[in-house]
Design a protein around this ligand. Sequence first.
Ligand code: FAD
Length: 501
Amino acid sequence: MARERQLSRRSLLGGAAAGAAGLTVVSTVAAGTAAAATSAASRTVDVAIVGGGLAGLTAARDLVAGGRTVAVLEARDRVGGRVVNLKLANGGYTEGGGEFIGPTQDRIKALADSLGVATFTTYNTGNNLLYKNGARTPYDTSGLLGSVPPVDAAGLANAAIVQSELDSMATQVPVDAPWTAAKAAEWDKQTFESWLNANAIVPSAKFLLDLACTSIFSAQPRELSLLYVLYYIAAAGNASNAGTLERLTDTAGGAQESRFVGGSQQVPIKLAATLGDRVVLSAPVRSIVKSGSSYVVTADGITVNATRVVVAVPPPLAARITYDPLLPAARDQLTQRMPMGSIGKAIAVYDTPFWRADGLNGQAVSDSGVVRSTFDNSPPDASYGALMGFIEADEMRAYDAASEADIRTAVLADYVNYFGSKAKSPSSFVLQRWDNEGFSRGGPVAYAPPGVLTEYGAALREPAGGIHWAGTETSTFWTGFMDGAVRSGERVAKEVLAALG
Ligand SMILES: Cc1cc2nc3c(=O)[nH]c(=O)nc-3n(C[C@H](O)[C@H](O)[C@H](O)COP(=O)(O)OP(=O)(O)OC[C@H]3O[C@@H](n4cnc5c(N)ncnc54)[C@H](O)[C@@H]3O)c2cc1C
């Protein structure tokens, strides 16, 4: 362990907190050099786990509980992956990635409860806001329309029919094998866009559905398979509650209902702390090589010999690891075909949540601008105000190469349009750009374009020899969400424990 050290360099809160929790950090100073490779640390365990996000950490917890030795190799200098707390200049925190949880997301809730991480209700008092054609329309979500933005009557009627049709089609999609749905071939050969063009025929209904699509997937309707969208809707539930589109989009009663006290990254940080030095930070895995009856997993600064390997990273990132022997063709082709969505989060911090005094809850949706959906991200005690905006799909891609200053200018112009001139001058501004994160390259999820689920879906969870797959993309319920990540970790641990006998 000569080259291991406790984290000393400054990093995001997670890195610092992880270091404080006593996790092992492998020095990146010597990474990639021959000298480092020859003198690198090595360990022998039952199971090597690639990725210290919620999926990998949950798998580790359950494998340890099952009496197995593990090493979790995490590329970043922090745990949590797509879940990260960002420090604010005022001493507070905000979430740069996964943040909200809601009803039927039972496994992330149970995990948080077990770690003593409490939840609080997302601020949802007052009117939502629709910004369309340059006009602001506040609206009350306790009325008949619920959370549906008040477009024209024809659009509302059309959107209601489309939503109910999608929910009904989703009930025909088995969450554990969407490719076996009776209409799988028909639904997987078309994009969500082509289906919407035939069904969301009123322009304002198409606007609402497009908005729901980019908000859920951070991808445009033209990029997604209809079958994949139906699977995602079907997965937005649990064994006793069928998934619905509404549960994906809603705040009260939906996936945005609650937040974690202290920020969502408290969950992976506390989970990693229970695993101690089984978690190795700053250790990107480069290769997984079979050697006799075990595997040699080589990361920067450390080599792990293991009987089984769990790869708990999104499919496109798993494709960046070298495998010997090669993976089955179907698995590799799958990973070539599932891109990450494009997403960023922009958080502007103010002395107070001033929009609340104007009767607004901070939730705006818009047909223009770089940010088209916002939330009130203030802390539970409202000791300061925070407006969080999503930058998604085409909007994110348009700004991927832009400077932070240019993005800030564009975002604040949107916030002024939505919440008035007080939004112009935040006390601080934080931007998290997932497309530019080396070990995510986008988010919130790796999605399936047409043809992928029916041709390659079965390879999502099918082990390749002793290599098993986890990560939210492999989950049957709440794929794409923190809950799906936890479920996938629990499932893969069972799978590996059974295989080890
Ligand atoms: C902006 C944004 C907003 C979101 N909002 C929500 C939300 O409100 N609610 C919700 O439930 N979900 C949300 N999500 C999704 C949620 O964050 C993810 O579904 C979940 O965190 C995925 O966990 P995971 O463990 O499957 O994958 P990850 O979190 O991606 O974990 C994979 C880990 O593997 C590491 N890694 C990658 N390659 C290697 C390698 N070669 N070697 C070693 N380690 C490697 C990564 O660094 C990472 O830590 C959001 C995501 C984003 C990006």
